[in-house]
Design a protein around this ligand. Structure first.
Ligand code: DTR
Length: 341
């Protein structure tokens, strides 16, 4: 009898331990902590969106989740972000997919020169593309959101007013954008954004090709007194989470993060577009930067030079077994839809 009682009590005790939710047991130790790594400095847009995501997650989970952010490559850098998150060195990481062109084939197609007009359209288009194709490149992580930059432009220490001016000029870009510069006749030098200030300072490059918010955020306007407005090609970014960490989260927290996917993409796009405009205004007013507009005829000529890039991509990527034609058609269709055309 006594033994039976002990067994019954024991069983109750065990059940109590197993079935108590947060408030009892290990969860009572405190909130769920998530580390979030980012590669560029804190004032730049990938980190601004990270801080916004942190605030929203902490608010929407009522403090059940706390996000510790690590900007400036303090936890993981530009090129080891994805592998670092897969290995669990950070729970979450923000990466610029263009820095690894061969790895993210489908999503990097968004950086082909396809005329995406702004970051909001680019971001929502990229997120739809990801959801439609669910690329294998992300099978080891949980993708939390994606977004793109605003279209890229040339910022330089020398004026570039024509295709003649750009010939042979050393300009920094990375990923597919390097090819764009090459087709215009420049000499592309590849490196991630955080390495660019030093390269400009030391004169390794005469300028760079990127979205214009960097004129203010990296103070490139202090050195680059000219910008040539080409409005070509956006850069795609992803925010990914360690899969085991994701699986360990309670369903209500997972739901909050899922709900934020599209919202964060749209928020970042809008922030980027507004901030790029602010950066241009500041560069003109405070730094005296000249923004060089191409005439309609020039723009047509510059764009025409880039035609073979997409054609080549469709052919080569198709030969590797990807539905490359459909991918480009989807990018154009999603782009049109979010542009309201
Ligand atoms: N244009 C890409 C990505 C990029 C644009 N703005 C920032 C700010 C911080 C880091 C990366 C980027 C590039 O040139 O790298």
């Amino acid at each position: 009898m006594r033994q039976k009682l002990v067994v019954i009590f024991g069983a109750f005790f065990l059940a109590a331990l197993l079935f108590t939710g947060p408030g009892l047991g290990p969860a009572a130790a405190g909130p769920i902590k998530l580390s979030y790594a980012n590669f560029p400095p804190a004032p730049t847009f990938p980190c601004i969106q990270m801080e916004r995501w942190k605030r929203e997650v902490e608010r929407r989970t009522g403090g059940k989740v706390v996000v510790d952010t690590y900007p400036g490559g303090t936890l993981l850098g530009a090129k080891n972000m994805m592998d670092g998150v897969i290995a669990g060195q950070a729970d979450i990481g923000c990466l610029c997919m263009a820095y690894q062109p061969g790895r993210f084939v489908i999503t990097n197609a968004t950086s082909l020169p396809l005329g995406i007009p702004n970051s909001r359209v680019g971001s929502l288009m990229l997120w739809d593309l990801y959801k439609k194709y669910r690329p294998k490149a992300f099978s080891k992580v949980k993708v939390l959101t994606m977004f793109t930059t605003a279209p890229s432009n040339i910022m330089s220490r020398i004026p570039i007013r024509s295709l003649g001016d750009i010939r042979g000029v050393d300009l920094r870009a990375s990923g597919g954008a390097a090819q764009i510069l090459k087709f215009w006749g420049a000499n592309p030098v590849g490196m991630p954004m955080p390495a660019t200030p030093e390269a400009l300072q030391k004169g390794v490059v005469k300028g760079l090709f990127s979205s214009l918010e960097v004129m203010k955020d990296f103070k490139f306007a202090e050195l680059c007194k000219y910008a040539t407005l080409t409005n070509t090609a956006v850069y795609p970014f992803a925010v990914v989470m360690n899969m085991e960490k994701w699986n360990s989260l309670p369903p209500d927290v997972q739901k909050v993060l899922e709900m934020l996917g599209t919202q964060q993409s749209a928020w970042t796009g809008t922030y980027m577009d507004n901030h790029a405009a602010e950066s241009v205004a500041w560069s003109k007013k405070v730094q005296g930067v000249e923004f060089i507009e191409l005439s309609a005829a020039q723009k047509a000529e510059w764009d025409a030079r880039l035609k073979p890039i997409t054609e080549k991509w469709v052919k080569e990527t198709g030969a590797k077994g990807y539905p490359s034609k459909a991918i480009v058609e989807d990018i154009l269709a999603f782009g049109k839809m979010y542009s309201g055309l």
